[in-house]
Design a binder for this molecule. Structure first.
Ligand SMILES: *[C@@H]1O[C@H](CO)[C@@H](O)[C@H](O)[C@H]1NC(C)=O
Ligand SMILES: *[C@@H]1O[C@H](CO)[C@@H](O)[C@H](O)[C@H]1NC(C)=O
Ligand SMILES: *[C@@H]1O[C@H](CO)[C@@H](O)[C@H](O)[C@H]1NC(C)=O
Ligand SMILES: *[C@@H]1O[C@H](CO)[C@@H](O)[C@H](O)[C@H]1NC(C)=O
Ligand SMILES: *[C@@H]1O[C@H](CO)[C@@H](O)[C@H](O)[C@H]1NC(C)=O
Length: 657
């Protein structure tokens, strides 16, 4: 043992020093401030700003105003709150915690040339320093050198008033920029009646719930009423993947030969607090424990049975899974490593929200193994949700869970293998898997039976099993196809069980799901309901018949070009069948297709109370009932939604039981 003592002591000392060193910093916490207006020169002390940015005429002048430099051409500026805030950190359990935040500001852009230029951005960044040569097209966000580089460490919501690149949708758009001026998502504001560069006051609200960023824009009213309830842009984004733990928040803007005044008239910001372990008490408890563990670890390694070190199954995970009624088989890591050729990339079947799926061979049985990614900070929670929900469900239209494994920090879920993969491989015509030529497609009969199968599965989880389950992430890539092309609903990583079957919603503040499949009220009520599942199913029905993606996903989309809007438009012009995928072979029953499309639209009714239950959907699909009546025009999204004046008694009984 004496030989071991010296390195051990050294390690402990280094650890202790490192921990004490960490504590010497006073880390940034949450941040909250509100400026209903700005006082000239008085409020400037609260901000860090680039040379010519300042507060003038009761507004932040992000780029120089006419009063203080010779020219307002080709200028850039940054104006940030003086204290950074804690964006992310490690929680008590060692998992990454990401803060949420909200910010509301009023912007006013006054053009000084015709047209004006270039734009304004809300930014989160590690460095308050304005990059050199970031005027013009760069919006003070990055410059030619840092554009596109992970080193830039900046995320921006741009309000672009120039079409500087062919990639820009127009000269009046909102975009989400990550380390680049090229937006990962952008939305034209034309359809929202917003003209950024028009000397009008616009109220902007940016919400981040630690997973999704949503941007709302509306004309400023004195009463503040009329703030749009529907975001113009929503994107799922893990900010902790791109930004430092502590970031500054503020604005940047620029002009070119085209000029404008980029002003902020009021601004508030609130971020949530992250519970972190950074006080001394924690150190005094942790250091002895770490040292003790080290000693035990070393001891076990040299003298122990070696078994002690390997048994590191997380007791909480084990318990949570065991307490569910039908806990599936628990596998050994070794067995699954052997089955998948040590997770050989050659066996990779696909990558989902929370991990990678590999093909494996267990004896002579083909299996699919999902390896939950270690850096998904929600990994454990998704893992438990998935194993406990599908683990206790049995239905021919659900992917069958065979077992699970939690060992050496690996979270693995074993399913039966689905030879035909996921539905998205077959229905979308816009994307090529390998070569476009010879890309497989599905007949109408198959598509209809897939829709029917998914409806069956959803009716079962909503109404047919002991505890009501909400799937919360219904989309084409989560529908698997077995060897006979029967649909199997899978990926229950976001699913939630509702203990009391008479409750219809799952209460949580997290917004989960996939943009394009999320019902409009999701962002307002911030929780999943039976009706939000029905909405996503409606979108799925439409895409299966039309062979196109739901829209409003990553690219230059907004709600107005989503599949739902497009179908309403065709429907009100009496041309709903124009949307049908032309690649369908085999028998085509147009009346039946129209019926399925109308059923899809009624599932996507903006008012959740008007959507049919899955029980009703099934009855329409089996032709026991007519599709619910649709209004001639797309109904507006109104919130709060009005419950219908009367509800069919039999239906509410069925849905409630
Ligand atoms: C952001 O706003 C939502 C609702 O508007 C609220 O529930 C949430 O607590 C706010 N978050 C922060 C960090 O203030
Ligand atoms: C900026 O970066 C993006 C990558 O984010 C790249 O596609 C684009 O070409 C760059 N633009 C310029 C002008 O360098
Ligand atoms: C914009 O808001 C400011 C401050 O509330 C107000 O003084 C100004 O008149 C508004 N401008 C317009 C065009 O409404
Ligand atoms: C309030 O805002 C709404 C929509 O943003 C707009 O239609 C309306 O004209 C505004 N009212 C006033 C008094 O500015
Ligand atoms: C801006 O104006 C200057 C002087 O008129 C001219 O030389 C330059 O090419 C212009 N720049 C752009 C990008 O149009």
């Amino acid at each position: 043992m004496s030989r071991m003592e010296i390195p051990l002591l050294q390690t402990s000392a280094v650890l202790l020093l490192a921990l004490l060193h960490l504590c010497a910093f006073t880390p940034a916490g949450s941040l909250s401030f509100s400026y209903p207006t700005f006082q000239d020169s008085v409020d400037e002390k609260d901000f860090v700003r680039s040379e010519y940015s300042r507060i003038y005429l009761k507004a932040i002048q992000v780029t120089p105003d006419v009063s203080n430099v010779g020219s307002i051409k080709n200028q850039a500026g940054r104006f940030l709150y003086k204290k950074p805030f804690k964006l992310w950190g490690k929680g008590k359990d060692g998992d990454r915690r990401v803060a949420s935040f909200n910010s509301t500001f009023v912007l006013n852009i006054t053009p000084k040339t015709n047209p004006g230029g270039e734009g304004l951005a809300f930014i989160l960044t590690e460095s308050p320093t304005l990059p050199d040569n970031s005027e013009g097209e760069w919006l003070g966000i990055v410059n030619a050198k840092s554009n596109g580089s992970a080193e830039a460490k900046i995320v921006a919501v741009e309000f672009d008033t120039r079409k500087s690149y062919s990639e820009d949708v127009d000269d009046n758009h909102v975009g989400l920029d990550v380390n680049s001026v090229y937006s990962i998502q952008q939305v034209s504001l034309l359809g929202y009646g917003v003209h950024l560069s028009s000397e009008t006051n616009y109220t902007v609200r940016i919400e981040y719930d630690s997973q999704n960023i949503a941007v709302f824009v509306s004309q400023t009213n004195k009463t503040r009423e009329g703030m749009k309830n529907t975001p113009v842009l929503v994107h799922t984004l893990d900010l902790s993947a791109y930004l430092s733990r502590e970031v500054y928040v503020g604005f940047s803007a620029s002009t070119s030969n085209n000029t404008q005044l980029n002003c902020i008239l009021s601004w508030d910001f609130h971020s949530s607090h992250i519970d972190e372990n950074s006080n001394l008490l924690w150190v005094w408890i942790t250091v002895p424990v770490v040292v003790l563990l080290l000693v035990t670890g070393v001891y076990c390694y040299f003298f122990g049975t070696r078994q002690g070190a390997k048994q590191e199954v997380h007791p909480r995970i084990e318990d949570e899974i065991k307490t569910t009624s039908m806990a599936p088989t628990k596998f050994k890591l070794k067995e699954l490593q052997r089955a998948t050729g040590r997770f050989n990339p050659k066996n990779k079947l696909g990558k989902g929200g929370f991990g990678t799926v590999y093909k494996g061979l267990l004896g002579d049985k083909e299996i699919a193994v999902k390896r939950v990614s270690k850096d998904s900070h929600q990994g454990k929670q998704e893992f438990i949700a998935e194993v406990t929900t599908i683990g206790s469900l049995r239905h021919k239209n659900l992917v069958k869970l065979i077992g699970w494994c939690y060992e050496s920090h690996e979270l693995l879920i074993v399913y039966e293998f689905m030879p035909n993969g996921s539905l998205d491989r077959f229905v979308f015509r816009d994307e090529s898997f390998g070569t476009e030529i010879g890309k497989p497609t599905l007949s109408w009969e198959r598509r209809r039976s897939i829709i029917f199968g998914v409806a069956h599965a959803l009716d079962y989880i909503h109404n047919g099993c002991e505890k009501r389950v909400l799937h919360r992430d219904i989309k084409a890539s989560n529908i698997m196809l077995d060897s006979d092309f029967n649909a199997r609903l899978g990926d229950f990583g976001l699913a939630r069980t509702i203990q009391h079957s008479n409750l219809t919603h799952h209460s949580t503040n997290e917004i989960a799901g996939t943009p394009g499949y999320m019902a409009p009220e999701t962002f307002l009520i911030g929780r999943a309901t039976v009706e939000t599942d029905v909405y996503a199913f409606g979108v799925l029905m439409l895409e299966v018949v039309c062979g196109r993606r739901p829209g409003n996903q990553n690219k230059q989309n907004n709600y107005n070009n989503s599949i739902v809007y497009c179908l309403w438009d065709l429907y009100s012009r009496g041309r709903i069948l124009d949307a049908v995928d032309s690649r369908m072979d085999g028998d085509i029953d147009e009346a039946d297709m129209a019926c399925v499309l109308m059923l899809g639209l009624s599932c996507c009714h903006p008012n959740p109370h008007e959507r049919p239950s899955m029980r009703t959907v099934l009855m329409v699909l089996t032709r026991e009932a007519d599709p619910p009546a649709l209004p001639q025009e797309r109904p507006a999204f109104v919130w709060p939604a009005m419950p219908p004046s009367f509800k069919d008694d039999t239906e509410s009984d069925v849905a409630g039981g």
